[in-house]
Design a protein around this ligand. Structure first.
Ligand code: SAH
Length: 220
């Protein structure tokens, strides 16, 4: 079976042109990655025809795959190159990790919902994305054994910037995290240099909540 028919390749080209390049994303690596990754395979079959539309989509377990433009914006903000080691919190469908993996050396991605973790793992295998390493755990604690990272991306909304993640960011490293209220956040970018941590805001956004020890907790 053709996993990536012409129909979807055309929709993907149009997505990159009209939603991403047209809104000012200029990093050629990001544009190329998003032209390449078959986003329709990261959603359920019933939603495949909507996969390239300009909005987020449900992926089950009350979670969502981000709007394509947000994926591009957050990826560009990490300033990746082919040597980068990247940590992602919130594997979800696996789409964001797949985009990161086109550009970076290796992607470490953590998911706290078992079924999503398992599905993403199987899809990475099927698509032969061999530079993605997955883990089923509370991502707010980071991945100490593999730290420090050149870049860290959190794809769920946090009440505060999780301290363990900041601690696992290398000197020269970049981190992007939606932080703020439960139903609306600001995309925060952190950069670590010799002097310390520098923070800037990339605008408003709305993500599903980051649970776990350094997130909104686990509801107990
Ligand atoms: N990057 C994903 C977006 C997924 S939505 C994609 O491209 O599809 C956010 C995901 O973060 C959800 O799957 C949710 O279960 C997960 N999540 C929330 N809190 C988490 C935590 N503490 N550790 C790991 N994953 C978490």
């Amino acid at each position: 079976m053709d996993m990536d028919p012409t129909k979807y390749r055309r929709l993907r080209e149009a997505m990159v042109k009209n939603q991403i390049a047209a809104r000012g994303i200029t990093d050629e690596n990001v544009l190329a990655a998003m032209r390449k990754v078959p986003r329709h395979l990261f959603v359920s079959e019933a939603l495949q025809d909507q996969a390239y539309a300009d909005h987020p989509l449900p992926i089950g377990e009350q979670q969502t795959i981000s709007q394509p433009y947000i994926v591009a914006l957050m990826t560009q903000a990490l300033q990746l190159d082919k040597n980068s080691r990247v940590l992602e919190i919130g594997t979800g469908s696996g789409y964001q990790a797949a985009v990161l993996a086109q550009i970076a050396f290796r992607v470490y991605t953590i998911e706290t919902i078992r079924s999503l973790h398992m599905n993403a793992r199987m899809l990475f295998d099927r698509l032969k994305y061999n530079n993605i390493v997955t883990r089923y755990a509370d991502g707010t604690k980071g991945w100490a054994e593999e730290s420090p990272f050149d870049a860290i991306m959190v794809t769920a909304g946090a009440p505060d910037i999780p301290a363990p993640l900041v601690a696992q960011l290398d000197v020269g490293g970049r981190m992007i995290v939606p932080a703020g209220q439960m139903y609306s956040q600001t995309l925060v970018k952190l950069v670590r240099d010799e002097q310390g941590i520098h923070q800037s805001d990339l605008g408003g956004c709305r993500f599903v909540k980051l649970v776990g020890e350094h997130g909104w907790g686990n509801g107990e």
